[in-house]
Design a protein around this ligand. Structure first.
Ligand code: ADP
Ligand code: MG
Length: 169
């Protein structure tokens, strides 16, 4: 996928309450404005990358890009599970992410146990892949340290010059 790594950020909005949190895997949802900016070559499926809330620390993440049942599966959704235990929810805050790599396509699973097992294996794969030198360097990208990171932006770029432009300095 030529658009990877893909940088974007936006406000965390409420999802459709599918009980992800009850499964121990909460997923923070992006608003349509962020989803609608996705380049066409970013297909649905499971991705790994880096994420931060507001100006906080940068953590590993897995993201599901899928079809949004609220819109009868005609619109995409982007749901990020940050691989970190937070003390509180962060609805309304700015989530910044970089999609680094692709894990697998969307699948349906025969049981809830199988779904949870698949997600846990995605998380393990993300943890390992993100340790690769070419991936770990994205954690330090100035996209995450920008003091102006409250405005929603998106960009696909491997070049730090472009990052400077979207970060507004
Ligand atoms: P919703 O249907 O509203 O998305 P979820 O059950 O998926 O509800 O929970 C998502 C919310 O949980 C996020 O919006 C965020 O505020 C909170 N949250 C707490 N910890 C995490 C985490 N590690 N990753 C993602 N979201 C988290
Ligand atoms: Mg969710």
């Amino acid at each position: 996928m030529k658009s990877l790594p893909y940088f974007c950020r936006g406000e965390v909005v409420r999802g459709f309450g599918r009980g992800s949190k009850e499964l121990g895997i909460p997923t923070a949802n992006f608003p349509d404005s962020v989803v609608d900016n996705l380049p066409a070559d970013i297909s649905t499926g499971i991705y790994y990358g880096w994420a931060c809330i507001g100006n906080g620390d940068v953590y590993k993440m897995v993201m599901s890009i899928g079809w949004n049942p609220y819109y009868k599966n005609t619109k995409k959704s982007m749901e990020t599970h940050v691989i970190h235990k937070f003390k509180e929810d962060f609805y309304g805050q700015t989530l910044s992410v970089v999609l680094v790599g692709y894990i697998r396509s969307e699948k349906s699973f025969p049981s809830l146990e199988d779904l949870i097992a698949a997600i846990n294996s995605d998380i393990e794969e993300a943890k390992v892949k993100l340790e690769l030198p070419e991936h770990i360097k994205l954690k330090e990208d100035n996209f995450f340290t920008s003091t102006t990171n409250s405005s929603p932006v998106s960009s696909s770029s491997a070049a730090s010059t472009s990052q400077s432009i979207i970060n507004g300095h």
